[in-house]
Design a protein around this ligand. Structure first.
Ligand SMILES: Cc1ncc(COP(=O)(O)O)c(C=O)c1O
Length: 372
């Protein structure tokens, strides 16, 4: 049996090697490493894939969030409502831009921003709501957008973990994750569903003016070479990463299907055990960036994690400490669901290259653990 890893990037590269190597070679031959044709082609291809007007590449998913917030010109000191049960990037940018995070609870069964808690957190100082499409499915954007519209508040969707997921509105309209609000942001970190071979990210929008500003922000605030109209960043997606991403994008639907096959294997084989398998949101597809189970108590979770490690099966806790409990970002928030989930969640290996033997081994090991 091949060694089980949380994400098997090597096997995926080997499978796509001929095409990826050829695309990289083309960039080397062209030597247009920054803002080259591969970047423009990729931006257009991703925009078409997602059904959004503008995609602008940048250096990573954290910068994407910063570019988005800078473009929206959120007033310093204003409040951004965002989940505490998430990765640190969003709140890091909030602090860097001298904004204030207001942490919101997630729904206990989906791990996504709980829109029912939103209205109570809105003040006259709220400038933005920033949901995260955690683990691979969309937050309840219809409800979030309705509240944001009522209060004239901006919305940024962090879709670093859910690129390619789609969400169906009540009227039947289908939208891609990251395209339902003012701005969507994503990361192409290697382990992401659409990952490059280094750092990369993008912002996306249907708003022409925001797209124009974000292009400037990501490139030193320049409207044209050596004309600096606004304060910006040096945050560009490079051509070699774009060359890799063009190949991966062509395979993104297959990646999603492969991840779903893994997820269904887990669902079927873990049924009846004393753990909770991931709940699927009815109006979002799931691209299973993570397959995250929850146990009853922290001791149960930690014991299972240790047992799996003893059998050479890796697992991860996303996230062991909520953002409101982190020294750097702490706020005096009471978030019982979030704290509880940090104690109980466990993400199992999931990748596009997992085979039946590996999956059987993982689920049999978990079954043996509970039946011993
Ligand atoms: C939800 C979320 N947002 C933002 C980021 C930041 O992306 P990057 O590592 O490319 O800066 C990540 C990366 O893990 C993420 O998971």
């Amino acid at each position: 049996m091949r060694k089980i890893q949380m994400v098997d990037l090597k096997s995926q590269y080997q499978r796509l090697k001929t095409e990826i190597d050829a695309n990289i070679q083309e960039v080397l031959d062209h030597t247009s490493f920054i803002k080259g044709p591969a970047v423009h082609a990729f931006e257009k291809e991703l925009a078409d894939y997602l059904g959004v007007k503008h995609v602008i590449g940048c250096a990573n998913g954290t910068d994407a969030l910063q570019i988005a917030m800078m473009a929206l010109d959120l007033p310093p000191g204003s409040e951004v409502i965002t989940p505490s049960f998430s990765y640190a990037a969003l709140v890091e940018v909030i602090y860097l831009l001298k904004l204030k995070p207001v942490y919101i609870e997630v729904e206990p069964d989906t791990f996504l921003m709980d829109p029912e808690k939103l209205e109570a957190l809105i003040t006259e100082n709220t400038s933005c709501i920033a949901p995260v499409h955690l683990y691979g499915q969309c937050a309840n954007m219809e409800a979030i957008n309705a509240i944001a519209k009522r209060h004239k508040i901006r919305v940024i969707e962090d879709t670093a973990q859910a690129i390619g997921a789609t969400y169906t509105m009540k009227n039947g309209d289908i939208h891609s994750a990251g395209t339902m609000s003012d701005i969507g942001t994503t990361s192409f970190f290697p382990s992401k569903n659409l990952g490059c071979f280094g750092d990369g990210g993008a912002v996306m929008t249907n708003n022409d003016e925001l797209a124009r500003i974000m292009r400037m922000v990501a490139n030193h605030g320049q409207s044209k070479k050596y004309v600096h109209q606004i304060i910006g960043l040096n945050s560009r997606l490079d051509s070699i990463q774009a060359a890799v991403l063009r190949v991966k994008l062509k395979n993104l639907k297959d990646f999603e299907n492969a991840r779903n096959r893994v997820a269904y294997h887990y669902d079927k084989n873990l049924e009846g055990l004393p753990l909770q398998v991931p709940n699927r949101v009815s109006n979002s597809t799931h691209v299973f960036h993570q397959y995250t189970i929850s146990l009853s108590h922290i001791e149960d979770r930690n014991r299972l994690k240790e047992f799996l490690a003893g059998q050479d099966i890796p697992s991860m806790i996303y996230y062991p400490i909520a953002l409101h409990k982190q020294e750097a970002y702490s706020q005096n928030s009471t978030l019982n669901t979030t704290d509880d989930l940090c104690d109980r969640v466990l993400s199992l290996p999931i990748s596009t290259e997992m085979d039946e033997t590996q999956l059987e081994f993982i689920t049999n090991t978990i079954k043996n653990y509970f039946n011993k």
